[in-house]
Each structure stands twice: as C-alpha cells, then as structure tokens.
Write a protein that binds this ligand. Structure first.
Ligand code: RAM
Length: 336
C-alpha cells in the first residue's frame, strides 16, 4: 500500500471510528419495549397502540411489542408478562387489570433488569417505576358527575356501569365520583348501583339491561369505560329508551358519534388515547435507557408531549379530558 492509500485508509477508518463513538450507547443498540394492555380488541387500546408505534418510529431503535390477554384479567396479564420476560424485553408498559395481582410478576421482571411502568390503569407503587395517569383522577371523576347532572337537570336515579371490578383506574374514578356526589349541588342525583361489564361488549350490554330491569325509573347510566358506554348506549337505542335514559361517561368519539346523534348520549368525555400510548412508550424508553430512574420529583421526557414530573407516589398526570357532544364529536371521530 502506498503512503497516500495508507493515509486515506487511516482517515476512512478514523471517520468510521468517530461515527461509532459519537453514537451514544442508547442509540447504537435496539430496545424491545412491550405495551401490555388490559385486553385485545378494545378500540381504546388500539388507538393507544397507534401512539406507541409513533413513539417507536420517532425513537428509531425501538421494537414495539403490542400484546394483551383476550379477556381483561390479571391472570391473563401475568401469563403475558411471563412470556415477555422469556423474550428478554427491555421494558414493559402495562395498563393493569389489578393493582396488586401484578406486583409479584413485575418484581420478577425487574429482577431480570426489565423496566416496568404502568399507564392508564396502574400497578401498585411497589411493582412499577412510575405510573402515567391520563389526567387528574379527581377531575375525571368529577367531570363524569357534572356531565350527567347537566343532562338530567340535576335530578334522578343514576347507576355506574364499570369495566372490571379490580380495574385500578375505574375504581379510582368511582371513588372520585362518589366524593363529588357528596357536594350539595348534586343532592338531586341518587346513585343506586354499580355494576361491572368487564370491558366486554356483550356482558356490558347485559349489565345495562339488568340495571334497567331492576330500576325501571333509572334516568342515567355513567360508564367510565369506552366499552361499557358504547354497549349501554346501544341498549338504550335498541330498547327505544332515547329521551328517557341517558348514557354518559368515557368514550371514543369514533364509537360514540352515532349514539350521540341518535340521542342516547348527550355528552361524554375522554383524553387522546393516541397521545397516551405515545407517552407511555416514550417514558418506558427513558427507563430502558437509564435516563429515568423512578424517583419522586424526577422529570421524565414524553417526547412531543413535553415532560412529566413524578409525584411522591411516582405518578404523573397528563392533560385535562375533552368533552364531546353533537357539535364536535364528528371532528374527533376522525382521530380516535
Ligand atoms: C376502557 C379501558 C381503559 C379506560 C378507558 C376509558 O377502554 O377500561 O382502561 O381508560 O375505557
């Protein structure tokens, strides 16, 4: 090799070496991040998946695994966690079907170096590094009572049709709803029952039927679940109860637009599930790459959504929920 070729070769090698060295460790390797949802086939989680995929694409070195049990049970999620541990994922972002039942398996994952966070529906503090709430829990609870009260003119029997009886998020919102009902402003609303449709359409439909059979003078059903609210609204339409019974709660505009126009639903609320899924995956990446550790007061990047600050319970909320009605539901239905 002549001197010139040797120098060129050395320069080329140097460029490659500098190029490799300038890539941080985090960028040079790939990360497997799992989004473990309450159950498959739920439009809310499908929208969250779209956001998760967006985050993975933006981060560039993430292989996203989207998974969940067929029914919203803790047992099903434990099975999935075992499989994710065997696949040696780097992080698991879970929307939990039970706050406590997932703690032991989450600790096992952590002992193998897997970073576990929860989002949407939390694992108890000792089982995860952080929990991402879609919004402030008290606000979500209060909002649902406010909407129903406005629709009913502050008077009448109401019932709650929830997801599963163990769901962390719905149970917290129900506590907040009951707290709100203590306000004398809502003295005319009487909460007569709380039932569980397990985030299955057919079971939720039957629970709505059960409520209206048991309480023929029921005026409102609040369903703090996208599956439950759609099933209850369908029941009201099928039974020609429009105008007599109103359904409200948390729903996907894309699933609810028809029921709003048909008059079974006056108003309902939700946050952007795409942004939530995006943020969950983005946050999981911060832990997988050791940029976040899970300490109170810590700021965690959630990419295009900004940063969140972990509170003493290692939780952080995102923004306020949106309210939907006949005037804006079509616009949002195009997105989620
Ligand atoms: C259902 C799920 C989810 C909840 C939404 C509002 O899709 O129960 O956990 O956040 O409703």
């Amino acid at each position: 090799m002549n001197r010139r070729a040797w120098i060129l070769g050395l320069a080329a090698f140097g460029t490659i070496a500098i190029g490799v060295a300038s890539l941080t460790d985090a960028q040079a390797r790939r990360y497997k991040i799992a989004m473990l949802v309450k159950s498959l086939g739920n439009g809310f989680f499908e929208a969250a998946r779209t956001g998760g995929e967006e985050a993975a694409k933006q981060l560039g070195n993430v292989d996203l695994i989207y998974t969940g049990p067929t029914a919203a049970t803790a047992e099903g999620q434990i099975e999935q966690m075992n499989s994710l541990i065997a696949q040696r994922v780097n992080a698991i972002a879970v929307s939990a079907n039970d706050p406590n039942a997932l703690v032991a398996i989450s600790k096992r994952a952590a002992s193998r170096g897997i970073k576990v966070i929860s989002w949407d529906s939390g694992i108890a503090k000792e089982g995860r590094l952080m929990h991402l709430n879609p919004s402030n829990t008290a606000l979500i609870g209060r909002k649902q009572i406010e909407m129903m009260s406005a629709t009913l003119g502050g008077k009448g029997k109401i019932a709650i049709l929830s997801a599963t009886a163990q769901a962390t998020n719905q149970n917290a919102w129900i506590v907040a709803m009951k707290e709100t009902l203590k306000d004398p402003k809502y003295a005319g609303l009487e909460l007569v029952d709380t039932v569980y449709g397990d985030d299955q359409s057919d079971k939720s439909y039957r629970e709505a039927q059960g409520l209206l059979t048991k309480y023929p003078d029921l005026k409102g059903i609040i369903a703090p679940t996208t599956v439950g609210i759609a099933a209850a609204a369908k029941y009201v339409i099928d039974q020609k109860l429009v105008g007599k019974v109103f359904v409200s709660g948390l729903g996907l505009p894309s699933e609810m637009a028809g029921y709003v126009k048909a008059g079974a639903v006056d108003t309902f609320a939700l946050w952007n599930p795409i942004d939530l899924g995006y943020s969950a995956v983005f946050a999981a990446y911060q832990f997988a790459t050791n940029k976040a550790r899970g300490r109170a007061g810590e700021k965690v990047s959630i990419g295009r959504m900004g940063t969140i600050t972990l509170d003493a319970n290692l939780e952080a909320p995102m923004g306020e929920p949106f309210t939907f009605n006949k005037d804006n539901v079509d616009k949002f239905a195009k997105a989620f």
